[in-house]
Design a protein around this ligand. Sequence first.
Ligand SMILES: [Mn+2]
Length: 272
Amino acid sequence: MDKRTIIDKPSVGKTESYLLFSDLHSFDCDIKGVQKFLDLFKKNVPKVRRNIILNGDIIDVPYLSTHDSRFKSLLKAQAFEDHFIPEMDAEIDWYNDLIEKLGEYVTDYNKIFITLGNHEERCTRPGFINKTPHMYRPSFDLEYRLHVKKRGIPFIDYNDYFLMKANRSANLEITHGTHCGTTHLKRHFDDVHTSIIYGHTHQAAMQTFKGTPTCTVYNNPCLSNLDPSYMGGRINNWAKGASFINRTRDHIFVNICQMQDNEILDQYGNRV
Ligand SMILES: [Mn+2]
């Protein structure tokens, strides 16, 4: 909790670009939308300057949710081999396929950054893992199953932060996010007192806060179905999109983009 992993500054005179996705939710993912963002990134940024951040809730893990009515009884029945493990395997395959696909857009897997969201964190909750026999535990170890060490992927747990430092802009913290409701921008700012980008709420938002230099809080939208079955058709304020982060040694600039009618719009509503 609250651990920080620094992402190195670009070398003098260079700009680094990061495409940040969050809340893809595996089988609810808008994969065509992901492709659109990758195409745009490829068109605008040379490969050596490209980085990709997967900022949590990339998979959904619904079968380990305590809200799932069957979860407790299936856990009690130790339904690992015929339920939990096959469900997990399907999502892990999806996640590994995604990483492989993204690998084509960067020069090395160490340019793909992974943070865990609250959905992935379900795999590590004591209520589940303490009741999981030792022999089955590796199946739910995301760091192991995504080959993070072998691939050299920078990887952080839920509620930890990647940190980009800048000489003149406020530093930018990157995390999946924890707060919802109407005051999440302020509450995420209060956690770090600097600029921050998070997902979690599936909303597109931005607000500046007092500081020297001024701090900006960015809420990255989701890139998954806006009307998933678990919402039961209820109205929401979600948005689809992803963010581009450009940084030099001095400055960090974040552009939250949204999808409208399958087109990518920047934060001014221009088609990009
Ligand atoms: Mn979340």
